[in-house]
Design a binder for this molecule. Structure first.
Ligand SMILES: Cc1cc2nc3c(=O)[nH]c(=O)nc-3n(C[C@H](O)[C@H](O)[C@H](O)COP(=O)(O)OP(=O)(O)OC[C@H]3O[C@@H](n4cnc5c(N)ncnc54)[C@H](O)[C@@H]3O)c2cc1C
Ligand code: FES
Ligand code: FES
Length: 474
């Protein structure tokens, strides 16, 4: 049984298949058809809903998510707000009123999703006591996952700037949320590691799901059945970040959103890149572990973790083990995980002394687009100007994200001058033989990797200055 609160009303639903999306349940079972389906792949934002959970003090927090790729069972125990839940007695919510006042809707197909994204932004800002208009970066970040093809964003941004000034009813706060166990119908929600391992042995054919932002597309786009799913997001031990004196263990259930403060403080380049990974809707649900286990050659985080020298804790029916990230990717979309195993946590080593991390992603669109080429570099520039402990990795250049041993050798121990740069650029073709595909040609990829290396050269020429990378640079 799936139990949730929808727009303030408790709902209980039976016979929801494991693979059912939140969108299909909202539209087909609960008749809340304001939430639209545009792409069924997390790209357009027409299906955006607000998901509310209470913190330890009982305060409700909402985050936006794409209902089209969200497994319905992950809504269990949550307060779900859709566009139908915002107005009261025919009085529009301030976000809706601002959209009307600023003529921010034309055909209206994207509008419910845009309203829900702005609702989440406005709710957070009111909770923080902010009564100034959000700035352009904040608005763009909130709307990065919402496409509007006819109104134009000027009017929508005007509405976003005005919404805080308007009176209007607060959205229903969901009351007391129901939180019983929700196992059944092939969607298993283990609450701890032991239950997870038991389920892995009982259901060897079940697929693991964390945020579902890759996996659910197998169902919504490739139309594959996913009859049995084991949900990692419900496992308490996987939801933590644990710090020791050398770095941080990131649990496999930690979302990008939860990871953001740590990255912002300790890995500015990784943080800047994360702002461009998918959209807010995606980052609210998706995990670092899912990105690694998915093993896409154009995933954003593998090159960074390769450059950092991350370690991975794998756990499962036969016990726990640790592997280096260098040994994790074994081929195109293949990893060192064997049957009955799962990725439990990822260790991010703290940058030591003069170590610097640089990373750049090239993609056709700034927001919500996967990369054509990625380059990440961790290096120390010694006092004598020599590059030390070079670890450099690329994405989009081979069947897996991969380190570049010849480029590393061309840089190691050298003072980074024009000749060293030229040698390192030449070495790229020794390390990689990229393919042509829809994102980029082989020639473009090779030239782009050399271009990114040249960026690193210019950046490190300002050595001794640990300047955090900014969004404008990537
Ligand atoms: C619109 C959109 C935009 C996107 N943009 C980007 C982007 O810019 N950059 C990028 O890199 N990716 C992007 N992605 C892909 C996706 O969001 C990421 O790969 C994300 O990190 C996947 O995490 P998840 O928790 O959602 O994984 P899930 O979808 O839950 O799982 C992915 C795969 O890993 C397996 N898995 C998950 N967790 C574990 C675990 N702990 N142990 C073992 N196996 C596991 C699952 O079985 C599945 O096969 C995008 C996706 C969408 C839909
Ligand atoms: S329908 Fe397009 S993001 Fe969900
Ligand atoms: S109003 Fe038509 S797509 Fe946005």
């Amino acid at each position: 049984m799936l139990t949730l609160t929808l727009n303030g009303q408790p709902r209980r639903l039976d016979n929801i298949p494991a693979q059912a999306t939140a969108l299909s349940v909202l539209r087909d079972r609960l008749a809340t058809c304001g939430t639209k389906e545009g792409c069924a792949s997390g790209d357009c934002g027409a299906c955006t809903i607000a998901i509310g959970t209470r913190d330890d003090r009982g305060e409700m927090h909402y985050h936006s998510a794409n209902a089209c790729i969200l497994p319905a069972h992950q809504l269990h125990g949550c307060h779900v707000l859709t566009v139908e839940g915002l107005s009261r007695n025919d009085e529009l919510h301030p976000v809706q009123q601002a959209m009307v006042d600023h003529h921010a809707s034309q055909c209206g197909f994207c509008t419910p999703g845009i309203v829900m994204s702005l609702f989440c932004l406005e709710h957070q800002r009111r909770q923080q006591g902010l009564d100034t208009p959000p700035n352009d970066d904040t608005i763009d970040a909130a709307l990065g996952g919402n496409l509007c093809r006819c109104t134009g964003y000027r009017a929508i941004r005007d509405a976003a700037r005005a919404m805080h000034t308007l009176p209007g009813p607060a959205a229903d706060d969901g009351g007391r949320l129901i939180a019983t166990r929700s196992d059944g119908e092939g969607f298993y929600r283990p609450e701890n590691r032991q239950e997870l391992i038991t389920l892995l042995s009982q259901h060897p054919q079940a697929r693991l799901i964390a945020g579902g932002t890759d996996l659910m597309l197998e169902h919504t786009l490739a139309l594959k059945p996913l009859p049995e799913l084991i949900d990692l997001s419900s496992v308490a031990e996987l939801g933590h970040i644990k710090e020791d004196d050398r770095g941080w263990w990131i649990g496999a259930g930690v979302t990008y959103h939860q990871l953001t403060p740590l990255l912002a403080e300790h890995y500015p380049a990784f943080h800047a890149l994360l702002e461009r990974l998918g959209s807010q809707q995606i980052r609210h649900r998706a995990t670092l572990a899912g990105n690694l286990a998915n093993a896409s050659p154009i995933g954003d985080t593998p090159p960074i973790l390769l450059a950092l020298g991350a370690r991975l804790r794998i756990n499962g029916i036969s016990g726990a083990r640790e592997v280096s990230i260098d040994d994790f990717f074994t081929g195109y979309r293949r990893t060192a995980l064997t049957e009955g195993e799962y990725l439990d946590a990822i260790y991010l080593p703290r940058l030591q002394g003069g170590e610097q991390l640089l990373a750049w992603k090239l993609s056709k669109r700034r927001e919500d687009d996967i990369s054509a080429v990625m380059l990440a570099l961790r290096v120390t520039v010694a006092d004598d100007g020599q590059l030390r402990d070079v670890r450099l990795a690329c994405g989009g250049m081979a069947a897996t994200s991969q380190r570049a041993p010849h480029v590393e050798a061309a840089l190691e121990g050298q003072v980074f001058d024009g000749d060293v740069l030229a040698n390192a650029c030449k070495a790229i073709a020794e390390d990689f033989s990229p393919i042509n595909d829809v994102r980029a040609s082989r020639e473009y990829r090779l030239a782009a990797a050399a271009g990114l290396l040249t960026r690193a050269y210019h950046r490190l020429a300002r050595r001794h200055e640990a300047i955090p990378m900014t969004l404008e640079e990537i």
